[in-house]
Design a protein around this ligand. Structure first.
Ligand SMILES: [Zn+2]
Length: 451
């Protein structure tokens, strides 16, 4: 960990900065905890071991050493070595984005063509990632920074910006089926679509846009591919560092701060401004904690009921950015079926891998992580009904009249119906409907191959 070191430089001044900073600080939600004397702490890059040997020690202390067979210990150690090795290998790659010049001009031409339509909701981020040789996040962010003229506005150093974005992209784990850099790029693209909503766009300052895009790009950085309960029950050092609360989100935020400082991206800004940017990024990233879903939903609903949102106020705009980021983070079920289905399968694959790990090491299998009992359709229907639908209905109310929100809700309802058909088809007793489920109500496009 390193303490806050900010270069003092008064070269750049921004209109009403102080005023906005004060307003937004007032809404700080108490979770933006700092270290001693209010100093914000950053995390070193790549600072976590995925599985801690303390699992074994704890088992031994509890007299369960017999259950931890020699084979299991060996497997655990080799898994740890694998994780460590993959980190080391990743460290050998230069801290810059993989070079684009390796690609055929044709690919780059197609990627550039896709960028000309980056604001459309059916943007295929998987294809874009292939066309950019796995550099979707860096390429997308550079493009959007140009679209909004943020480099000029904040007088950013292109080399530092590239370095920062390269670090962020690299610190996502490509071995995670879901929480990888493509998910970050997907959330960033969705965030861009939401920032363009007419209700919001005219009120946004360059700083709002900068924070929205940065938070989207970095919101899951260095995600280990397991959830908070797993880190808590395995007594992972991150769980104790963040006192079992918003463990992953705090890690994503503090890691982002670490990379901001390492790259020096904001080092030319006045100290209070870069500090404030770090805090606001934290407030946005911490809002993605799914455990705080109801808290945000209720506040959003209340504002809409009372019609008291005033987007002239920096604090209200910040709240809407939090909601927009939450929507972007869970918007997969609102995408066109072919894209939506891929995300669903990826997230479930990540859950099942966690379940397999838990099984291997005699830990209780977490909810949704048991491949034998938790099917993809069942997980998706629950997720849509309890998490996605309620939030997007309110977002629709906020953005109304919005073609995008209506499109998203239409996809959401169709996708939910598809999963329902597939769930019925996968009930063992219901053999007859299985064949129908391969193409539920004509919503599933060609090539659908849900197992
Ligand atoms: Zn996410």
């Amino acid at each position: 960990m390193s303490c806050l070191m900010v270069e003092r430089c008064g070269a750049v001044a921004f209109k009403s900065w102080e005023q906005n900073a004060i307003q937004v600080r007032m809404l700080a939600d108490g979770r933006l905890n700092t270290g001693h004397a209010g100093v914000l702490l950053a995390e070193r890059r790549g600072s976590y071991p995925l599985i801690d040997l303390r699992i074994l020690k704890t088992s031994a202390q509890q007299g369960e050493v017999e259950t931890v067979t020699r084979r299991k210990v060996k497997r655990l150690l080799s898994f740890q070595r694998y994780c460590h090795a993959s980190r080391l290998l990743r460290g050998l790659v230069p801290h810059t984005p993989r070079s684009l010049h390796l690609l055929d001009d044709d690919y780059l031409g197609q990627a550039a063509h896709m960028l000309s339509k980056v604001g459309t909701w059916n943007f295929d981020i998987f294809l874009f990632d292939r066309l950019t040789n796995g550099n979707s996040l860096v390429t997308l962010m550079c493009h959007l920074f140009n679209v909004y003229d943020l480099i000029h506005h904040f007088q950013l150093d292109m080399v530092k910006l590239n370095r920062f974005l390269g670090m962020v992209q690299e610190d996502y784990h490509s071995q995670n089926p879901y929480h990888n850099a493509v998910h970050a790029a997907d959330v960033t693209q969705a965030m861009y679509c939401y920032l363009k909503e007419p209700k919001l766009a005219e009120h946004l300052s360059p700083l709002d846009v900068f924070l929205g895009l940065m938070a989207a790009a970095a919101h899951d950085v260095d995600h280990p591919g397991v959830n908070q309960p797993f880190l808590i029950k395995t007594r992972h050092h991150l769980a104790s560092l963040y006192q079992n609360t918003s463990v992953l989100e705090s890690h994503h935020w503090r890691s982002t701060v670490g990379m901001l400082r390492e790259s020096g991206l904001l080092s030319h800004l006045p100290a209070d401004m870069s500090r404030d940017i770090e805090q606001r990024l934290g407030s946005l990233i911490l809002a993605t904690d799914i455990n705080r879903q109801n808290e945000f939903l209720m506040t959003f609903r209340e504002h809409l009921d009372n019609q008291d949102l005033d987007l002239q106020l920096a604090s209200h705009r910040h709240f809407i950015l939090q909601i927009a980021l939450k929507c972007a983070d869970i918007c997969n079920p609102c995408r066109v079926w072919e894209l939506s289905r891929q995300w669903s399968e990826r997230v479930c694959e990540e859950f099942y891998r966690q379940g397999d790990l838990e099984k291997k090491f005699d830990l209780e299998i977490s909810p949704l992580c048991n491949q034998q009992s938790d099917s993809v359709p069942a997980i998706q229907i629950g997720f849509i009904s309890y998490i996605v639908e309620p939030l997007f209905e309110e977002w629709h109310r906020f953005t109304e009249p919005s073609l995008l929100s209506q499109t998203m809700l239409d996809h959401l309802h169709k996708n939910k119906a598809n999963w329902s058909s597939l769930r019925c088809a996968h009930t063992p007793s219901d053999v007859q409907s299985r064949s129908q489920a391969e193409e539920p109500e004509g919503e599933v496009g060609e090539g659908s191959d849900i197992p």
